[in-house]
Design a protein around this ligand. Structure first.
Ligand code: MRU
Length: 350
């Protein structure tokens, strides 16, 4: 399986996703600040992956702490959590993972654990978050495979694969699950301007797995659907509001509208850690705006003239009524999402 991120002695190692597919380079982070910088600068990206990175980064930072008393150690811990929380605003998995680390830390402090015991506890919690993410993706793959057509021509947007998670992927987990279930699968990967996660990362992963892959530019999916060449759409998510409205990579909304027009089922695949019941609907989801250079330049070459203004939102929100189902590790949830998602949490006890 693809090595997205791993703990290695007292470091965190991740594949540099800015460099793929041209170069397969690994970045070794030695401090929490280095992990935070890696998240901010997109060395690692994808909602579940940045949650895992934050957890491993917090554990790494505290493992390396030289502070002795519990009180000072706690002060440093909360500072490191704030550092991670300031990296990217949209993917709720980041905040979910930080909260989990905080809850574990608080339980350790309440139990009177020493600084060394707290360090061990944080390592264990981060490892668990990592391993649970892989297990969730595999479960999504199994559930999702059931709704993938036997002869599937799947469109996906951005990269919701092994690289965007601790391994296996959410949307690409569904693709992998369908292949493992013996279905005939071909995938169309939107290139996903401006960061090109589809052309660079999704295509790289799928080709590596020997799955039939065709890259298209983002403005081709309408024509492709009109020709009847897509019979299933699956994408990942960065944050799903309580009513099912889903923030995902910019361009996802356009794909969902096209899918509705052409009667193609549009599914979202995401773990429960991506669902934010505290945000009632999509209007409350903070959308990250990124550097204008991502739009004006491609591979270091300037496309747009100096002086032109740029709008560069990293995500958009797909309204729940365009979504056929939300594939999670606990099953596939359908409209009305306000009820079904709440029920999903109640049943899983998380
Ligand atoms: O800006 P990115 O690359 O972090 O955005 C990633 C996406 O939008 C993915 O589709 C989403 O996080 C799902 S990842 C399993």
């Amino acid at each position: 399986m693809l090595p997205t991120i791993a703990r290695d002695n007292d470091t965190v190692v991740m594949i540099d996703q800015r460099k793929l597919p041209a170069q397969e380079i690994y970045v070794r982070c030695r401090t929490a600040a280095e992990v935070a910088k890696a998240i901010k600068t997109m060395v690692i990206r994808g909602a579940p992956a940045i949650g895992v990175a934050a957890a491993l980064g917090i554990a790494l930072g505290m493992r390396r702490s030289t502070v002795t008393g519990t009180q000072k150690f706690a002060a440093e811990f909360y500072k490191v959590c704030d550092l991670m929380a300031g990296t990217r605003p949209t993917a709720v998995n980041l905040f979910w993972a930080i909260d989990r680390m905080k809850r574990s830390f608080a339980a350790g402090v309440a139990a009177g654990e020493s600084v060394d015991q707290l360090k061990d506890r944080l390592d264990r919690e981060a490892d668990q978050i990592h391993d649970e993410d892989v297990a969730s993706c595999r479960a999504m793959g199994t559930f999702g495979a059931q709704v993938v057509p036997d002869e599937a021509r799947i469109l996906t947007h951005c990269n919701a694969g092994a690289l965007a998670t601790a391994g296996y992927g959410t949307a690409l987990g569904v693709v992998r699950g369908a292949v493992e279930a013996g279905k005939k699968v071909a995938v169309f990967a939107d290139e996903t301007r401006p960061f090109l996660q589809g052309a660079r990362l999704t295509a790289w992963e799928l080709v590596r797995d020997g799955i039939d892959t065709t890259v298209i530019t983002d403005n081709m999916s309408g024509a492709l659907m009109r020709q009847g060449r897509v019979n299933f759409v699956v994408v990942g998510a960065d944050r799903i509001a309580a009513n099912g409205d889903t923030a995902n990579k910019i361009g996802t909304y356009s794909v969902a509208v096209l899918a509705r027009e052409h009667n193609v089922p549009f599914y979202v695949a995401a773990p429960l850690s991506t669902i934010d019941l505290n945000t009632p609907d999509g209007s409350g989801i903070p959308i990250e705006e990124r550097n204008s250079r991502e739009v004006t330049h491609v591979g270091g070459n300037q496309l747009a003239p100096e002086g032109a203004s740029v709008w560069n939102p990293a995500f958009d929100v797909t309204p729940h009524h365009l979504i056929a189902g939300i594939i999670t590790e606990k099953g596939i949830f359908r409209a009305p999402y306000t009820e079904s998602l709440r029920q999903a949490f109640a049943e899983s006890g998380v």
